[in-house]
Design a protein around this ligand. Structure first.
Ligand SMILES: Cc1cc2nc3c(=O)[nH]c(=O)nc-3n(C[C@H](O)[C@H](O)[C@H](O)COP(=O)(O)OP(=O)(O)OC[C@H]3O[C@@H](n4cnc5c(N)ncnc54)[C@H](O)[C@@H]3O)c2cc1C
Length: 480
C-alpha cells in the first residue's frame, strides 16, 4: 500500500491521517512534536477546567461534509451554543455578534454619527477597495474611515504588531468578513428573528474543549490503523532524488525524526507536510536553493501568549468572550472557557484565558508568569473588568506560529516557497502553516479532505485536481 508520512498533528494533519486510514488509501505515519495532538486548536486541563489555546469555536459556516464528519466522531458531545460576547468600544460594551437594538442604544453617539456619514458618502467615493494598496486603505475604502480608524486599525496593530499601512490589502480580504457596509448590515440583520440565516449567532463546541475535535480525529485514525507518533519532531525531510545511488523501486522519500534523543528514518512514498513551510524548507534534503531559504527567513508569523488566570469564583462574567480592539487594553481578547460549554463544573472556580499577541523571542515572550498575570490584571482593570476574587494560579502557554503576517511583499516570499514545494513530486504542503493561510479549523480539515481525494487507490496523485482545490482554499475567509 502507498506509504504517506504526515508532518504535524494539528487538525490538517489529523484530518488527512483519518481520511487516508479509514478509506484504506494509504499506510499512514503521523509525526507530531508535542505530547498531545491538536496544534493551535488543542486543549489541556487547568485546575480541573478544560481550556483551549485562546477562544476557539466551530463556526456554522463549516463545510457540511466536514461538519457531518465531526458530528459523526463526537456525537452528542458536539454542542450547539448561542454566541454571547462583547466588544469594548470607546468605554462602552457592544454585544458581539452585533445586534441592531444594541447598536442603536449602546454605540457611542459620535461614533454612530460618523459611521452613518461614511456610509452615506460611500456611493460618491471614487475609492476602489480592490485597488487599495494596504490593509488600512482597503478597509477605509470598504467600511469608511471611522470603522477602519477607530476599530480595525488599532486592533490590527495589536494583532499583527505591524503598522496597518504596512500590511497587504489581502489581510483585510481574508480576515475581515464584513468588509463593506452591505456585508456589515447583513451581519447585523443576522440577529433579527425572521431574517436570521441558519446558524447565525450560534457556534458548535465540543463538550470537554475544542481540542476534542482533534483528539477524536486522532483516535479514529489510530483505530483505522494510522501510526500517530507524539513527542517526535521532524529533523530532516529527504525528498525524491536526495540520493541518486539508491536502488530503483525503493520508496521515494524519507523522513528523519527524533524521539527523546533517538533518531529514526521512516520511508515514504509521499510526504504531506502541515508544519510551517519555512521549517519544511530548512529541513529538506537535497537542500532548497538559497533564494528559497532566504524567502523562508522572510515569511513572518505573529506569536501569541496565552495567559490563564485561575479565579476562585463560580463565574467571572456571563459572556463567553470579550474583544478589545483599542490600544489602551493590552490584550486582544479574554475568554472564559466554562461559558463555552454547558458544564459548570467545578464550582467555586473558573479560568480566564487572555490573548496577548507578541513577537516570538521579544520581551513579552520571555516574561515570567507572574509578570504576565499582572499585565492581564491591569488590562482587565483598564477595560472596567477588575478581578475581585483571589487568583489561585497563573499559567502561560506560548504559540510561536499563531497568525501569518501579510506584510506588504509577503506574497513574493511565500510564492517562492510555494513554487519550490509544488515543484517537488510526492511532497505536499498544506494546512494553516503549510499554506501560510489565516484560516479556521474547518478550513484546515477541508484542505486535508481535498488532499485525500486527490490520492487514488493506485497511489497516483491528481495534481490538476489539487490545483482546483487550491483555488477554493484561496477563497476561505476567517471568522472570529
Ligand atoms: C488565538 C487563536 C484563535 C483561534 N480561533 C479559532 C476559532 O475560533 N475557530 C476555528 O475554527 N479556528 C480558530 N483558530 C485557528 C485554528 O487554530 C487553526 O485553523 C488550526 O489550528 C490549523 O490547523 P493546522 O493543522 O493547519 O495547524 P496547527 O494547528 O498549527 O498544527 C501544526 C502542527 O504541526 C506541529 N509541528 C510543527 N513543527 C513540527 C516539527 N518540526 N515536527 C513535528 N511536528 C511539528 C505543531 O506542533 C502542530 O501540532 C484560532 C487560532 C488562534 C491562534
Amino acid at each position: 500500500m502507498t506509504k504517506v508520512v504526515i508532518l504535524g498533528g494539528g487538525p490538517a494533519g489529523l484530518g488527512a491521517a483519518y481520511e487516508l486510514a479509514r478509506n484504506q488509501r494509504a499506510e499512514v505515519t503521523l509525526i507530531e512534536r508535542n505530547a498531545v495532538v491538536g496544534g493551535n486548536a488543542g486543549s489541556f486541563t487547568l485546575a480541573d477546567v478544560r481550556v483551549d489555546y485562546g477562544s476557539h469555536r466551530l463556526h456554522p459556516s463549516c463545510d457540511p461534509q466536514i461538519l457531518a464528519e465531526i458530528r459523526g466522531l463526537l456525537g452528542d458531545d458536539l454542542l450547539d451554543r448561542p454566541r454571547h460576547g462583547r466588544i469594548r468600544l470607546q468605554g462602552r460594551w457592544i454585544h458581539f455578534p452585533l445586534k441592531p437594538i444594541d447598536l442603536a442604544f449602546r454605540l457611542p453617539p459620535s461614533f454612530a454619527l460618523k459611521v452613518a456619514r461614511d456610509i452615506l458618502a460611500k456611493p460618491f467615493s471614487t475609492r476602489d477597495k480592490a485597488a487599495e494598496p494596504s490593509f488600512s486603505a482597503s478597509l477605509a475604502a470598504g467600511l469608511g474611515p471611522t470603522i477602519a480608524e477607530d476599530f480595525y486599525i488599532p486592533y490590527a496593530r495589536k494583532i499583527w504588531g505591524v503598522d496597518p499601512d504596512e500590511l497587504d490589502a489581502v489581510q483585510a480580504a481574508r480576515r475581515v468578513s464584513a468588509n463593506s457596509p452591505g456585508k456589515l448590515v447583513r451581519k447585523v440583520l443576522n440577529a433579527v428573528p425572521g431574517l436570521k440565516p441558519q446558524g447565525a449567532g450560534r457556534f458548535f463546541y465540543p463538550r470537554g474543549g475544542f481540542g476534542r475535535i482533534s483528539e477524536a480525529y486522532a483516535a479514529a485514525a489510530s483505530d483505522a490503523g494510522a501510526d500517530i507518533r507524539l513527542n517526535t519532531s521532524v529533523s530532516e525531510v529527504r525528498l525524491p532524488d536526495f540520493d541518486s545511488s539508491r536502488p530503483r523501486g525503493a520508496t521515494a522519500c524519507e523522513v528523519v525524526v527524533e524521539h527523546f534523543g533517538s533518531a529514526e528514518t521512516i520511508a515514504a512514498d509521499y510526504i504531506w507536510s502541515t508544519i510551517p513551510i519555512s521549517v519544511l524548507a530548512g529541513a529538506a534534503q537535497p537542500a532548497a536553493p538559497l533564494e528559497v531559504l532566504e524567502a523562508a527567513k522572510r515569511v513572518e508569523f505573529r506569536a501569541m501568549l496565552l495567559v490563564y488566570l485561575v479565579l476562585e469564583q463560580d463565574q467571572f462574567t456571563e459572556f463567553d468572550a470579550h474583544y478589545f480592539p483599542e490600544a489602551n487594553v493590552a490584550v486582544t481578547r479574554i475568554s472564559e472557557p466554562k461559558n463555552y460549554s454547558d458544564s459548570d463544573i467545578p464550582s467555586g472556580r473558573t479560568v480566564l484565558c487572555a490573548e496577548l499577541p507578541c513577537a516570538a523571542g521579544g520581551p513579552e515572550w520571555s516574561a515570567s508568569d507572574e509578570e504576565l498575570g499582572a499585565l492581564v490584571r491591569s488590562a482587565l482593570e483598564n477595560a472596567g473588568l477588575p478581578v475581585r476574587s483571589r487568583v489561585a494560579e497563573v499559567a502561560v502557554r506560548r504559540l510561536a506560529q499563531a497568525y501569518p503576517i501579510y506584510r506588504k511583499g509577503y506574497d513574493t516570499h511565500f510564492a517562492r516557497l510555494d513554487a519550490w514545494a509544488e515543484a517537488i513530486p510526492r511532497l505536499l504542503s498544506f494546512g494553516r502553516q503549510g499554506l501560510f493561510a489565516h484560516d479556521n479549523t474547518h478550513h484546515a480539515l477541508y484542505m486535508a479532505n481535498a488532499a485525500c481525494r486527490c490520492l487514488s487507490a493506485d497511489g497516483g496523485f491528481d495534481l490538476a485536481r489539487w490545483q482546483d482545490y487550491r483555488r477554493i482554499f484561496a477563497t476561505h475567509v476567517v471568522e472570529d
